[in-house]
Write a protein that binds this ligand. Structure first.
Ligand code: PMP
Length: 406
């Protein structure tokens, strides 16, 4: 049993008090985006009310206050993910931009015949940029297959690795299935053949505190909106040696040392990758979100979410005809399922009438749906502010939908 006071935690989230279609909101779409606690909302309001100013260039007080707060947020991210240098933390608009920054940067490092490896359970944002990179360079994309349980077939991964492999990409946690992937093994094996590794931490970061130095990963990406922060901001971690080698992603203000029409020199890290006015308030609020979650504690969060997952899995499997996709031994916070003979979209629509928010569809991971030969799933995804009572309401709702539709 959890030691967390979930009812007290719920009071931090104003949105959880609202009603949807005449019912108290049951928010189970946390894998798409998490809700925002008052502490983070207050940080955003405070920024715009007290010290909204552009950063890094100004001598005036507001600009200095905004710059300080933004850089403090960078240090909070550094500390949270156990990163060696704060200049290895690049603020981006989120995971998608982080991945595109790396994929674009690698264009000049790859040649025809090189190989890059992705997993079969990637989000489209960790597939498409690499396909585009392959088109630009003539490199080939190889795929680590998965099994019916929703786990990567690691023997096949080891077979795919060779001296031709230059890059490996995998998510830490699958947003469609909840599988926690064996990233330690993936990273270690890739390094043995001299390949760099990017781990997409978008879905993991709210549930697992990744220690990036211990992982020895080359790149790691996160979106703040999945971990109680605002949308439109995230981070790219890159090892200093890689970030020094990679060319800038975008040109503009902030990212230069000196500009003349003959030649421009680029700014030092991290500014080289942060062209233009960033999402200043978002970055500061990202820091506040990490403070909030760390105060609750990632150990306690993981333990409670496991409790919820176990409870929800048992309750759901009690429903006639319900099948869960992804039954890996190591899973976190996502249950993807269907009811035989019912379209997931119809279930989602009916439970919404009861105030229950779940996601339906392919979850930006169409290859997984093709693998299971289904159009999509219903996905319930949990956060530490969800309760067993909410799971009961979900189960009731699904039963009702199923009775109506069958
Ligand atoms: N990868 C994974 C595993 C995700 O879950 C998501 C968000 N659904 C993304 C990448 C993309 O993140 P964003 O849309 O915040 O860029």
């Amino acid at each position: 049993e959890t030691t967390l006071d979930i009812q007290a935690i719920r009071k931090d989230f104003p949105i959880l008090q609202r009603e949807v279609n005449g019912h108290p909101l049951v928010y189970l779409d946390n894998a798409a985006t998490s809700q925002t606690p008052r502490q983070v909302i207050d940080t955003i309001v405070d920024y715009y009310q007290r010290y909204n100013a552009n950063i890094h260039r100004g001598v005036h007080t507001l600009s200095q206050e905004a710059t300080d707060a933004y850089e403090v947020a960078r240090q909070k991210i550094q500390k949270h993910f156990d990163i060696a240098h704060s200049h290895e933390v690049i603020f981006t608009s989120g995971t998608t931009q982080s991945i595109n920054l790396v994929a674009t940067g690698f264009t000049s490092f790859l040649k025809e015949g090189d190989e890059i490896i992705v997993s079969a359970m990637e989000h489209h944002s960790n597939i498409v940029p690499w396909q585009m990179l392959c088109e630009r360079t003539g490199a080939n994309l190889k795929v680590i297959p998965m099994n019916l349980e929703g786990e990567l077939v690691m023997e096949k991964y080891h077979e795919l690795l060779s001296y031709k492999t230059k890059l490996v990409f995998c998510n830490h946690v699958s947003n469609a299935l909840g599988t926690i992937n064996p990233i330690e093994e993936i990273i270690e094996a890739a390094h043995k053949v001299g390949a760099a590794v990017l781990i997409d931490g978008a879905q993991a970061a709210a549930h697992i505190k990744a220690d990036l130095q211990a992982l020895d990963v080359d790149f790691y990406t996160v979106s703040a909106h999945k971990m109680c922060g605002p949308t439109g901001v995230g981070m790219l971690y890159g090892k200093e040696e890689w970030l020094k080698k990679l060319p800038p992603y975008q040109g503009g203000g902030e990212m230069i040392a000196e500009v003349t029409f003959e030649k421009t020199t680029y700014a030092e890290l991290p500014h080289k990758f942060e062209a233009g006015t960033p999402n200043i308030c978002g970055g500061i609020a990202f820091g506040a979100a990490l403070d909030y979650m760390n105060k609750i504690g990632f150990g306690a969060i993981a333990q409670y979410e496991d409790e919820l997952m176990q409870y929800a899995t048992e309750q759901l499997l009690d429903i006639d005809g319900l099948k869960i996709y992804g039954t890996a031994a190591k899973k976190t916070s996502v249950i993807s399922f269907n009811i035989e003979g019912v379209h997931p979209y119809d279930i989602g629509t009916i439970v919404d009438k009861l105030g229950i928010a779940v996601r339906t569809g392919h979850h930006c991971a169409q290859p997984i749906m093709d693998f299971y030969q289904i159009p999509g799933t219903v996905r319930a995804s949990f956060s530490f502010y969800n309760t067993k009572e909410e799971v009961d309401k979900l189960v009731e709702g699904i039963k009702r939908a199923s009775n109506m539709l069958l």
